[in-house]
Design a protein around this ligand. Structure first.
Ligand SMILES: Nc1nc2c(ncn2[C@@H]2O[C@H](COP(=O)(O)OP(=O)(O)OP(=O)(O)O)[C@@H](O)[C@H]2O)c(=O)[nH]1
Ligand SMILES: O=C([O-])CC(=O)C(=O)O
Ligand SMILES: [Mn+2]
Length: 604
């Protein structure tokens, strides 16, 4: 028997049986039950430094840099599967295989896949341990990098295992980098496999991941549990698992609002969540930057909580001018950087962080100077840092109930068509906005960058079931509200509209507070808007631009509702709805028809 099976730190029979079963299949050298302690962090980071997987970042306390295999740098959507019994239940937006086929295929891959390695067992909890029903998970992994990342990203360790007791339900999440070692074989600094599978079994609430050590592919509490499995749980139990930031906004009069925002990967969630307002008297506090669970509160309102414990933020573009609070968060240390550059002074650097260093080591480990041809950092390079270090973290962060939501923002990265901000007419229209959300692809997933695709509710890669059913669940959430006036108001934003020269029309970042101001003043009935074919839109004079040095033509262009551009969008929406097929709620076709008639497009 491998060490670690004897005298385990739990008497949870189901968990013990699963751990034994996985050990027998994957044949690791030893099993380590992760306790989440500082000593464990020190031991594993030291081992990884000695081994060459991590390099210390001396300029920041207790911080490290990892360089991945250049073929393992982002989520692999093509290799992500939803394995429901009926393919219809995975729907047209997911890759599908039958659960039997996937279990057989992956069992073959897992056989002996941890040979020569340590198998870590990570008990974790997404969201508060004080929740009515704590959302437990256990990740088994053969990657120590995953263990230390989970130290940051989730509540994990002995206290979670104790809270699970002998019989708590949990989501089993199995991960192997797929790189077994033969006796005497030397290891590489970033083991992974060309064959990759990120598989989900929504019916049995299981996750099986193989071949990648990166981000959302391997930190299985995040996208796999909190979004894909979570969304299927939410459908069954009457809540929503969403790809959303959560922030608290306080007006100069001291009124408090909570806003969530769903923007696709690398489209500004972390930045908006940590925003430093440029307008006087307004204050933003952070609650979450990537994932929100939305549940009904006792008051009949929708409440949002952040199930994560850390931030896994896009590094490029982050600096003191764009996101000072992210910089202050990582300055405190205890941060893992992946695929960024290391300067001669022993600090991290990436594109967009002020002046480039004269000399650095790039993300591939090569010498780099500002004259070098390639980028110093991978476009999807990341910082992984404890959310508790965020200087503007809201004191409601630990509250298991979360916060009541006043407004939901949907947003994408669109060079044309989509105005800076639009308010939906009502909940169903808001669901239509979310369901037809579109965005240019980014480096957060493997594949071509800059291609416009539909990304409904910013959840295209994360809906764990049929997208038509998911839209229906959203509409149903509105119907189940005891009073429509208690529902959040929905807005559609676009920070990324461009002028003819390709420059952004809107300055973005801290200036987005001006848009948030209009949003809450709409809720208060104070701000003006005009009704347009696409919803309620501000005129230039409705946006507070005091102190903003901006060409009025650019402001007008960023807000413009151009009927011709919107008419060009209609066939794309029709194609999208047709792709979703017969499970698309009829209300959304009706919304499209209503939009057509408001645009003066004749029905044939
Ligand atoms: N022009 C412009 N760029 C922005 C704005 N907000 C964020 N960005 C840039 O967009 C990129 C992604 O921003 P993030 O805030 O990390 O995006 P995210 O949605 O949290 O991304 P994920 O972590 O992948 O889900 C970064 O390079 C930012 O600098 C904005 O308001 N305007
Ligand atoms: O999951 C990841 O690897 C990174 C992330 O937050 C996203 O892509 O939205
Ligand atoms: Mn983010």
């Amino acid at each position: 028997m491998v060490t670690g099976l004897k005298n385990p730190p739990t008497d949870h029979a189901g968990l013990l049986a699963w751990v034994a079963e996985v050990a027998e299949l994957t044949t690791p050298d030893q099993i380590v039950w992760c306790d989440g302690s500082d000593a464990e962090w020190k031991r594993l980071t030291s081992e990884l430094v000695a081994f060459g997987t991590l390099e210390p970042v001396p300029a920041k306390p207790d911080s490290f840099l990892a360089r991945t295999n250049p073929n393992d740098v982002a989520r692999v959507e093509e290799r992500t599967f939803i394995c429901s019994t009926n393919p219809e239940d995975a729907g047209p937006t997911n890759n599908w295989t039958s659960p039997e086929y996937m279990r057989e295929t992956m069992t073959d891959l897992y056989r002996g896949s941890m040979r020569g390695r340590t198998m870590y067992v990570i008990p974790f909890c997404m969201g508060s341990l004080e929740a009515e029903k704590p959302m437990f998970g256990v990740e088994i992994t053969d990657s120590a990098y995953v263990v230390i990342s989970m130290h940051i990203m989730a509540r994990m360790g002995t206290h979670v295992l104790e809270a699970m007791g002998g019989d708590a339900e949990y989501v089993p999440a199995l991960h192997s980098v797929g790189a077994p070692l033969e006796p005497g074989q030397s290891d590489v600094s970033w083991p992974c496999n060309d064959t990759k599978y990120i598989s989900h079994f929504p019916e049995t609430r299981e996750i099986w991941s193989y071949g990648s050590g990166y981000g959302g592919n391997s930190l299985l509490g995040k996208k796999c549990y909190a979004l894909r499995i979570g969304s299927a749980m939410g459908r069954d139990e009457g809540w929503l698992a969403e790809h959303m930031l959560i922030l608290r906004l306080t007006s100069p009069e001291g009124k408090v609002y909570h806003i969530t925002g769903a923007f696709p990967s690398a489209c500004g969630k972390t930045n908006l969540a940590m925003l430093e307002p440029t307008i006087p008297g307004w204050k933003v506090e952070t609650l979450g930057d990537d994932i929100a669970w939305l549940r009904w509160g006792e008051d009949g309102r929708l409440w949002a909580s952040n199930p994560e414990y850390g931030l896994f933020g896009v590094a490029p573009g982050t600096d003191y001018r764009t996101n000072p609070n992210a910089m202050r968060t990582i300055e405190k240390g205890h941060t893992l950087f992946t695929n960024v550059a290391l300067t001669e002074e022993g600090d991290v650097w990436w594109e967009g962080m002020g002046e480039p260093p004269a000399n650095a080591t790039d993300w591939k480990g090569n010498e780099w100077t500002p004259d070098s041809e390639g980028l110093s950092s991978h476009p999807n390079s990341r910082f992984c840092t404890p959310i508790k270090q965020c200087p503007i973290l809201s004191d409601a962060y630990e509250d298991p109930r979360g916060v009541p939501i006043d407004a939901i923002l949907f947003g994408g990265r669109r060079a044309t068509t989509i105005p800076l901000v639009t308010q939906a007419r009502d909940w169903t229209h808001g669901v239509y906005m979310g369901a037809t959300l579109s965005s240019e692809t980014t480096a957060a997933a493997v594949g071509q960058v800059g291609v416009v695709r539909r990304d409904p509710m910013a959840m295209l890669p994360f809906i764990g079931y049929n997208a038509g059913d998911y839209f229906d669940h959203w509409i149903g959430m509105g119907k189940s509200a005891d009073d429509e006036s208690k529902l959040p108001s929905v807005f559609y934003v676009n920070w990324f509209r461009r002028d003819e020269d390709g420059g952004f029309l809107w300055p973005g970042f801290g200036e987005n507070s001006r848009v948030l101001k209009w949003v809450v003043e709409r809720l208060e009935g104070k701000a003006e808007a005009v009704e347009t074919p696409i919803g309620f839109n501000p005129r230039p004079e409705d946006i507070d631009v005091e102190g903003l040095d901006m060409d009025p033509n650019d402001l007008a262009a960023s807000l413009k509702v151009d009927p011709e551009e919107w008419k060009a969008e209609l066939p794309l929406v029709e194609e999208w709805f047709t792709k979703i097929g017969n499970r698309l709620p009829t209300q959304l076709w009706a919304e499209l028809d209503a939009l057509k008639s408001r645009l003066g497009v004749d029905e044939e």
